[in-house]
Design a binder for this molecule. Structure first.
Ligand code: SF4
Ligand code: SF4
Length: 441
């Protein structure tokens, strides 16, 4: 019986187009990749190659600043340029451009697999950093930093494979196709963190994957709990998944570690295992290409830095002009202005929506009818209707005390509003007003 869940919405899943599509390598491979020097929210990287240099798959091409991670070549070939390129997070950011020689020559200096259980914990964490591992579920935090902060402070490790965003099935396919490796990765991370309990959280609708993993767990007797949670959006958010799995609330102003929990995305854990057991750095990821405008939706194994255009071509292009193109899902994704932007480490989906799919989001706004749907939908118990009134009536003094710092930016309020009020944007605006007010004090 799936664990019920407070708030959230249940948008049409639209996963049937890709849930039975196995992960296949991108074909044809890209002629050129553009690997941004910023793919981690904990810091960018400085290049250690220059135009003209030959590179191999997995070779370090940039070293981190601050708490960032190492960056690796995802194809073999020659560096042609280092300069600004479109970034899927928005704007132009410096990237290393590599012309693919289509040889896929592996780097001869890849680190050897390690007996990680005998290694010093800090050495293992450093290995994870050198392999360039970041969160791959949406955020892009450095995994080594999150592990370092969590060691000894965590009772429950939750590996999140719920993936509640519509259209995206990348994690579902990973569970089905690499279930054993995922379970092993969960156990490894639990040991590394010294967590007593290791949970793999899967949404109730992933029935095939749940049955498959249950069989695996029975056979292998792995110390991992499989928990199915109700399929509602947003389940990717840490506070939500912790509440769904453990029943613990994170008080305002506190974080997951304060309640003894740590949440990692399943793809991140899979790549961490590969880095430690095989010495393989993060050079590729699974991307779901879907949406009503895509001719042949699919799940692709893609070199980091591949232009989004190549993914769409591999999926047969578009059968009608998309109304909007997003990376990530339609609820929380980033609208893309150009398909020249590359796949980065947190690009889980490329979604091309038709006018009909996108239309609900662009209907004209009418007045608030005080139905309370936004309040019921808010997974953080906030009151977006109060924010609407405060902003639209110029009553900014009413904003403090609404606990807007807890907003997850999930968009459930906008989705649920029958008056098509852009509540999520208004909450963002309110948070900016509050932040500016604090800064000027
Ligand atoms: S107020 Fe924030 S947390 Fe609540 S539904 Fe809206 S976007 Fe989500
Ligand atoms: S959902 Fe929309 S119409 Fe209903 S109370 Fe909230 S803001 Fe008003």
């Amino acid at each position: 019986m799936p664990i019920p869940y407070l708030g959230g919405v249940h948008p049409a899943a639209h996963k049937e187009n890709t849930r039975r599509k196995p992960i296949v390598p991108l074909d044809p491979a890209p002629k050129q990749v553009m690997i941004p020097l910023t793919m981690c929210t904990d810091g960018g990287a400085d290049p250690v190659v220059k135009p003209g240099d030959k590179v191999t798959v997995g070779q370090v091409i940039a070293v981190p600043r601050e708490e960032g991670v190492f960056v690796h070549a995802s194809v073999s070939g020659r560096v042609t340029e280092i300069g600004p390129r479109p970034h899927p997070w928005g704007g132009q950011w410096d990237a290393i451009v590599i012309e693919n020689d289509f040889q896929d020559t592996p780097c001869p200096d890849l680190p050897a697999p390690v007996d990680w259980e005998r290694m010093n914990r800090e050495e293992v964490i450093q290995r994870i950093r050198e392999a360039g591992i970041t969160s791959m579920g949406g955020g892009a935090a450095a995994t080594h930093r999150r592990i370092r902060q969590a060691v000894g402070r965590v009772d429950t490790l939750i590996v999140n494979a719920a993936q509640s965003e519509p259209y995206i099935t990348a994690d579902y396919r990973l569970l089905l196709e690499k279930g054993d490796q995922v379970l092993q990765g969960v156990q490894m991370l639990a040991k590394l963190l010294r967590a007593n309990r290791a949970v793999l959280a899967v949404s109730g609708e992933k029935l095939n994957a749940v049955e498959f993993l249950e069989r695996r767990l029975r056979r292998r007797k792995r110390a991992v709990e499989l928990i199915t949670v109700q399929n509602r959006y947003p389940l990717g958010m840490e506070k939500q998944i912790i509440r769904a799995v453990t029943g613990k609330e994170i008080p305002p102003g506190q974080e997951e570690l304060d309640v003894g929990c740590a949440v990692f995305n399943v793809a991140t854990v899979y790549m961490m295992r590969l880095a430690l057991l095989k010495g393989v750095p993060l050079t590729h990821r699974i991307v779901t290409v879907s949406g009503g405008a895509v001719t042949r939706p699919r799940n692709l194994w893609v070199p980091i830095g591949t232009p989004l255009r190549c993914l769409l071509e591999a999926a047969g292009g578009v059968r009608e002009q998309p109304a909007v193109i997003l990376t990530g899902g339609p609820m929380n994704g980033v609208v893309q202005q150009t398909l020249d932007a590359p796949v980065v480490k947190n690009t889980k989906g490329l979604i091309c929506l038709t006018e009909a799919e996108h239309a609900p989001a662009v209907q004209p706004e009418t007045v608030c009818v005080r139905c309370g749907h936004c309040v019921s939908a808010c997974p953080m118990n906030l009151n977006p209707a109060f924010v609407y009134r405060a902003i639209r009536m110029g009553e900014g003094h009413r904003l403090p005390g609404l606990h807007l710092e807890d907003c997850l930016d999930c968009g459930c309020c906008t989705y649920s509003c029958p008056s098509h009020i852009p509540l999520q944007s208004l909450v963002r605006q309110a948070r900016t007003i509050l932040a500016e007010g604090e800064a000027s004090q």
